[in-house]
Each structure stands twice: as C-alpha cells, then as structure tokens.
Design a protein around this ligand. Structure first.
Ligand SMILES: Cc1cc2nc3c(=O)[nH]c(=O)nc-3n(C[C@H](O)[C@H](O)[C@H](O)COP(=O)(O)OP(=O)(O)OC[C@H]3O[C@@H](n4cnc5c(N)ncnc54)[C@H](O)[C@@H]3O)c2cc1C
Length: 459
C-alpha cells in the first residue's frame, strides 16, 4: 500500500490534525529518556478516543507496520524508541479519569492520564494512590503500568503492579480484551492484567486501567540521618528492616550526590556527610512516634553522627525535594547522564556500594549513587559525554560490570525502569535460555507479525 493511502487511512481514523508526518514532528518522537540513538518513525498518530486507538492498532497490524505506543516518553530503557519506518501512537489524547469510586476505593482511567494529576485528584477525595515515580509530574499511568513503575514509597506501599485491579487492552487485531474487575477479589480466567504489567507495549495497547486506592496515613514523620560512610548508612538500612519497622520511604545518597544537590538548590544538606539516609515513617500518630524513636536509635547505634527530624510540612517537603533533585542536579554536570537501576537483595547493598566504587575507580568514571535503599534499588548514575568515544567505551564496560555484579549478588537488571532496548542483551543472564524461548513463543502467538514494539524486552 502506498504511503499516501496509509496516511489517509490514519487520518480517517484519528482526524487529519492528529496525524503527523513532518520531519520535525517525527524527530520529536524519535527518542526517549534513555541514552540510546534516536530512530525516526514514518508517522506519528494521536487517537482521541478509545475506538480510534483500537482502529490504529488494527491498521498497523493489517499493514505490517511496527507500532510503538508512547505515553510521556520518560522511560529510561528505550521502550519508546520507534522501529525504523514504524508508527508512534500517542496516548495523550486519552487522558480522562473516568471514575473515582470513594466507596469501593478504585478508579478507572484512560492510559494517558498524568500520574501526579491523578494522585492529586484522588487525594482531593480523601484517598491515596501511592506509586510516585520521580517523573510523576509528566509520566502517564499507561506508561507506569507498562513499566511497572516504582518510586519513593515502594518499600511500604509496593509499586504500580500492587494497584492494578484490571486492564482493558487492544490486542494486535484491534479487538478489545477485558481483564480484571472492580472487585477486591477476582479469579475469573487467566490473569491477563498481570501479563500486561511491565509488558512495555509488546503484547497489547492499554485502553483503560482500573486502579486500587487506599486510605491515606493519618500522620508521617520525615528524618535525615547523617553518616560518616556509605557502609554505615547501608548497614543501617539492613538494621532498620531487621527491626521489623517498614518505613514508607528509606532513601540513600552518597557524598558526591549530596554536594551536587546542594550546589543545585542550596537545600541545606550537610556537604561533609559521606552518606545520608532520608527516612519517612507513617501511619497512626502513636505508631509514627514509636517508630521514629526506634529508627533514631538504630541510626545512632550504627554510627549516624546526627539525625534531623522535620518539624513541619515545609521542612518535610524540603527533605523530599532534595531527594527529587538528585537526578536533575547530577544530570547538569556533564552532557550525558546514564541512570541505572540495578537492584540487589537489601542485605547486599553494602557489597553493591563497594562494587560501584571499585568500578568507578577501575574505569575512571564519575558515578553518583542515590536511590531506594530500602528496596535494594540503587541508582548508580554515570556522568559522561557520549561524544567522547574513549570515555563512552569505558561507560559501556562500566554498565556491563554493574549488571554482572548485581546478578552475581542475587539481584536483578531492573528494579523499576524496565528492560526495553537497553537491557535486552542481559536478560538471558538473569533468567535462562528457556525463559527467553518461552517469552518469544508467547509473543509470536499474541503478535504473529511482530508489530507491537519490536525489539523491546526479548530482542
Ligand atoms: C527524571 C525521571 C525520573 C524517573 N523516576 C522514576 C522512578 O522513580 N521510578 C520509576 O519506576 N521510573 C522512573 N522513571 C522512568 C519513567 O518515568 C517510568 O518508566 C514511567 O513509568 C514511564 O511513563 P511514561 O508515560 O513516560 O511512559 P513511556 O516512556 O511513554 O512508555 C514506557 C513504556 O510503556 C509503553 N506504553 C505506554 N503507554 C502504553 C499503553 N497505553 N499501552 C501499552 N504500553 C504502553 C511504551 O510503549 C513503553 O514501552 C523516571 C524517569 C525520569 C526521566
């Protein structure tokens, strides 16, 4: 079929103004937040409703056109880098919150709803949606489900998968598949919603998502503990968990990140501290008071030189703003910033920290480390310049070494950023040849022409 005819077909489905073919438009959707080469799609389409979305999927399949569905494009693993000559389908035309049910505590949303806007709407009704990726101001709920996004509250509240009650999605033939339900329990048929979580646009295109909501905590207390070494800080993480206290948030920053964040905004962080733990406990007010006392004791027993407790909402916000500044502050230092999310069992955090130091020293790389220490999910962030070929080769070697080490410690390639294009070459190392064969067989049945986000996850 001619390109002109195809464009006309997409225009008939989505409206002329929602089909983009100019070089500028196509360039805008040729890359995402991962540090990977961009790839130009043939066209970009923005369906405005559910029916148009389904028809776009069918049109792509009928014509054998690779389809990459895109929310905000903030993923860090190349999940929205299009296939050469493929179609990018945007979800920002499907951004309605369809229902917030306060009585049964769930919501039904379209995939293009922005995460923070949704959380704010829910909060205004006195309910709580915990998943809070650092990108929440722009990321979409569809992208969050497709990546199984985490965030600062993963330790106590879990990640996106823990809030998905159902997903309606368009299969590759443009047929609507409904899975899950608005009920707390549902075991009708295969758990297709589970299959869709973290599928990165390779198995179906989400049309609607049913999300669980919970009551908010009545009280919270945020603390900043200052440590003389990363080792002491990481041992404290293990000790807090071992004490059977589960903080809502337990984050870590190394000295390099602390200094960089302080230069970025001047948040009053102690620049001479070798490591910081940022901790929040929440729940019933009495429980919060008790847990804060225990956390303070454990921090001191493990070498904390100081523990500052936020006195009011402004101080609490300042603590968490400092943590959210970590990535933008580091990213300003050099032209290229590679944010990784190798994750290890919590008890192995000290060993992983040691490994990161060793890798940085051996390859002469600048690595700032921060992350969700309570989840074992560190974000070693390599600051570099991709145009410097010799340095970039060392960075690639460093990334290989980070993953090798994480796997050797019993960890995983990704705690929350997904596999996409960036990590598919490592996946067999974490799983097995049989796992990849199984996944490829499943994909070939559900998407026989291989048009749904080709190349992602399974190569
Ligand atoms: C500054 C920054 C901070 C971040 N912090 C975090 C963090 O704390 N925790 C975390 O987990 N991640 C984080 N991320 C990564 C990223 O924001 C998440 O992966 C997020 O879930 C992506 O959402 P998105 O809307 O941008 O999706 P996109 O990047 O547009 O897409 C992600 C994947 O989802 C697929 N997809 C999108 N919509 C659909 C749909 N309707 N149906 C099927 N598949 C779909 C895409 O094809 C792609 O494979 C961060 C990224 C940045 C840039």
């Amino acid at each position: 079929m001619s390109t002109d005819k195809l464009i006309k077909d997409f225009e008939a489905v989505a409206g002329k103004e929602n089909v983009m073919t100019s070089e500028t438009d196509r360039h805008s959707y040729s890359y995402d937040a991962a540090v990977l080469d961009s790839v130009m799609p043939a066209l970009v389409v923005r369906p405005g409703d559910s029916e148009a979305l389904g028809k776009c999927v069918k049109l792509c399949n009928d014509n054998g056109l690779p389809l990459t569905v895109r929310g905000a494009g903030t993923n860090l693993s190349g999940g929205t880098i299009p296939h050469p000559g493929g179609v990018v389908v945007l979800t920002n035309g499907l951004s309605r919150i369809l229902e917030i049910n306060e009585e049964d505590m769930y919501a039904v949303v379209e995939p293009g709803v922005v995460t923070a806007q949704f959380a704010a709407e829910v909060a205004a009704r006195g309910l709580f949606y915990p998943p809070d990726p650092g990108s929440q101001a722009v990321s979409t709920l569809g992208g969050n489900v497709a990546e199984n996004a985490g965030g600062l509250r993963g330790l106590k509240y879990g990640v996106t998968k823990d809030y998905v009650m159902g997903v309606d999605f368009w299969d590759v033939n443009g047929e609507l598949v409904k899975s899950g339900s608005r009920t707390v329990k549902c075991v009708s048929g295969y758990n297709l919603s589970g299959l869709m979580i973290a599928s990165e646009g390779t198995l179906g295109v989400f049309d609607k998502i049913i999300l669980k909501l919970i009551p908010p905590a009545q009280a919270a207390k945020s603390m900043m503990a200052i440590f003389p070494s990363m080792k002491a800080a990481s041992e404290t993480v293990a000790a807090i968990i071992a004490s059977k206290i589960v903080p809502a948030t337990l984050e870590m920053m190394d000295n390099f990140t602390i200094r960089t964040v302080e230069n970025f905004r001047g948040a009053g962080l102690p620049t001479d501290a070798e490591a910081l733990l940022l901790i929040e406990v929440d729940g019933h007010p009495a429980q919060v008071e008790d847990e804060a006392v225990v956390v303070e004791r454990i921090c001191k027993e493990n070498g904390a030189t100081e523990l500052k407790v936020a006195k009011d909402a402004a101080e609490r916000d300042a603590v968490w703003q400092a943590r959210r500044d970590a990535l933008p502050a580091l990213a300003k230092l050099r032209p290229t910033c590679v944010l990784e999310d190798a994750t290890v069992p919590r008890s192995k955090i000290p060993a992983m920290i040691e490994a990161l130091d060793e890798i940085a020293g051996k390859l002469d790389l600048t690595i700032g480390t921060f992350g969700h220490a309570g989840d074992g999910n560190l974000h070693p962030t390599i600051l570099t310049d991709k145009r410097d070929k010799a340095e970039w080769e060392r960075v690639e070697k460093g990334i290989d070494m980070i993953f090798e080490r994480a796997l050797a410690l019993g960890g995983t390639l990704s705690g929350e950023h997904g596999i996409g294009l960036a990590k598919s070459k490592y996946l067999e190392g974490e799983t097995s040849p049989g796992t990849l064969k199984y996944a490829r067989r499943m994909k070939s049945v559900l998407d026989p022409k291989g048009i749904l986000n080709p190349g992602k996850i399974i190569g």
